[in-house]
Design a protein around this ligand. Sequence first.
Ligand SMILES: [Fe+2]
Ligand SMILES: [Fe+2]
Length: 512
Amino acid sequence: MRIDFVPTSTLARRLTIGVCIASLCAVAELLLGALLPSASMSTRFLRAVSVGLTLASVHIGAKAVLTGYQSRKNKCYATLYMLCVVSVVVVALVNVIELALIQYGNDRMVRSDIMEGSLAFALPYASAVLVAQSTLGLHLGVVTALMSAIVFSVYSPISSLALGLVATSSIAGCLAFQRARSRGSYIQAAVRIALVMIPFAVASLAIYPATSAIDVIARIVGCVLSGFLSALAALAITPFVEYFAGYASDMRLIEMATLDHALLKELSIQAPGTWNHSMVIGMMVESAADAIGANPVVCRVGAYFHDIGKTKKPVYFVENQIPGENRHDKLSPSMSALIIRSHVKDGIELARKYKLPKVIEDMIPQHHGTSVIDYFYDKARKEAEESGRSPEEVDRSLYQYPGPKPQTREAGLLMLADGIEAAARTLSEPSQDRIQGLVQKMLNKVFASGELNECDLTLQDLHCIAKCFTRVLTGIYHQRIAYAEPAEKVVTTAEVSAAREVRENLKRLGIE
Ligand SMILES: [Fe+2]
Ligand SMILES: [Fe+2]
């Protein structure tokens, strides 16, 4: 008989998720259970268990259906449940403050027609969803919306409406927040949440009749308040999630991409050629990411920082070399490869020193994946052959980047743009047709090498990427209209050596 053991890592993951769900239920019962009429211990326990089981079903269902949710790591799930707990605490706190304000009004003999149930509309239900969307992405944002809806549907005084109200308004806010790149996005999300909630407030009149006109107005104003309180809470919580969990919202990434960052300043001074290369790649990946539905901000910022390691030894990289001067001429191929490969390690060290977000740090090793530095590998094999040894004796691992291969579509895009931009620079007459041919050739080469096997780029994506890269590169490198030249063209020595250099660069990039 064969017994299959569950791997320890899977057990640990299931245990973590179980503990998170149980903690969420306990917090909800403790804080929100007080809002409901008093119940026996067994009722409270059964209520918490039923919420826990429903949340677990949502998690298992999302894992089976949402591709983006499946590939997430344990840390993301833990953050998601933590956000749900924070959301419960925020809603309970706001509820206490609102009740205290009403009590204060009653004590001061201010006439109050507002029922406590009406206050349920003025709670910041969507706060956790907005934070999850901006830091963890759309998939986890939608799952957080469903989880929040389940918790609040059990504990809200308007329980018969709460499931639909919280789920639809949170998802509307989440979708409005999908391209959160300015503070205005928070206002946009708040307005969307309020607009979706208002019909629910009107519908609530059929189930919970209003005591007066003020009560009706209070429910509608409550919806507007809920939207703005959710946005405000998200604005306050997001920086803490970024700091403690190491995630980066689009807004934080945009702040980094202002070229005011110390690392980018250093790059522009120490390695102006690399800086220029990074800026051009930034344009290429941003345009392609928009076309295929990847995150353009992550792509652009990743492009700006992907080669920061080159600031350590800039003159050993072709884009920073003065024509006719090549430091590698005096070095052995293995030494040259060691220096070239070290820009990845140096880049990771700098990223950690300057506390770059993990998503950007990960793009530094992934933009080269496990590719081989063909130029120096071929040179080493040729030298081995000339000295009478077998080329097979050359250790390939010395010329290979350590990896890992690109793990996300954004990192895959960066890898493609990196090689294509470098190759486009070497074109002697960069017409649109030549750029298009080069882009296609390089895309095929990277695809065939298997470097894109671990990211989710499809063939359809590659087709879109080729079109976008060609358009951007044609705009930058297309041939300018030449000035009038003498009838007889004299080929100078400088032009001959420039042509030779172009051929050399193409060889180095493995194109010719
Ligand atoms: Fe690089
Ligand atoms: Fe690069």
